[in-house]
Design a protein. Structure first.
Length: 259
């Protein structure tokens, strides 16, 4: 199946691009081709000024069951650390614009790791999140051991990774893995509402704020505060900042242009 079929792309609303994983017969398993397609679309959206927010969703009852096991078996031990696959993950991780994941059903292994690359995760009440790799003699290898502990804390991360047992949507919400839990089947609709709010804002400010928040995970407080100050000053010199201030004083809706 071509990349055009395994990943659907929709300009769903002004400023919003929806990427839909479309391997429902394989529970949207992340084959190398699918991962490459997601990375390519993220790369394109990063330089497309019409795109202000990207939403990742999935066709069928599962968000993503993880890596393509048959592909891993056929590729042998080196398949899991294949350099090109790691580069695709890096492209998604480094996507500079707001990224939202709308999760329904299972998000296991690489599916959970993909969701954790999103800045905001909205889940349906039927979703489950897990790192079940130990069950087939493996372990998380696309960020699961590092990002999950940052998201939910050591104890729950250890339990999920060492037992391979998933957590439900309510536990994911309570632990901080996701930001909202909505009625089953409504995750994409709610993600689109949030994306619309983001797309209506100033894109330069959103990108700068995203980078500052992400740096909080890998630098100390003083370093992070210095980065925040530099980013804020850069944004302060933008046309959008002037537009926002003028619109506030004139009590009208600002029209941000991304400059």
């Amino acid at each position: 199946m071509s990349a055009d079929h395994i990943l659907l792309v929709d300009e769903a609303a002004p400023g919003i691009r929806v990427l839909t994983l479309n391997r429902p017969d394989k529970c949207n398993a992340l084959s190398t081709a699918l991962l490459a397609a997601v990375a390519a679309r993220c790369r394109a959206a990063a330089v497309d000024t019409s795109v202000r927010c990207v939403v990742i969703a999935a066709a069928g009852p599962a968000f993503c069951a993880g890596a393509d096991i048959a592909e891993m078996r056929d590729g042998g031990p080196h398949a899991v650390g294949e350099p090109e696959r790691q580069r695709q993950w890096a492209v998604i991780e480094q996507f500079p614009k707001p990224l939202i994941a709308a999760v329904e059903g299972p998000a296991f292994g690489g599916g959970n790791e993909l969701a954790m690359l999103a800045d905001i995760v909205v889940t349906g009440a039927n979703a489950r999140f897990g790192q079940p790799e130990v069950g087939i003699g493996g372990m998380p290898g696309d960020g699961g051991t590092q990002r999950l502990v940052r998201a939910v804390g050591k104890s729950l991360a250890m339990q999920m990774i060492l037992t391979g047992k998933p957590i439900d949507a309510g536990t994911a919400l309570h632990s901080g893995l996701v930001s909202e839990c909505v009625q089953a089947g409504s995750a994409l609709a709610r993600a689109m509402e949030i994306a619309g709010e983001i797309a209506a804002g100033a894109p330069l400010a959103a990108m700068a704020a995203k980078q500052c928040v992400l740096r909080a995970f890998d630098c100390g407080l003083s370093c992070g505060l210095a980065l925040e100050q530099r980013a804020m000053l850069n944004v302060a010199h933008s046309k959008d900042r002037a537009e926002g201030l003028a619109a506030f004083l004139e009590r009208c809706t600002p029209r941000f242009i991304g400059q």
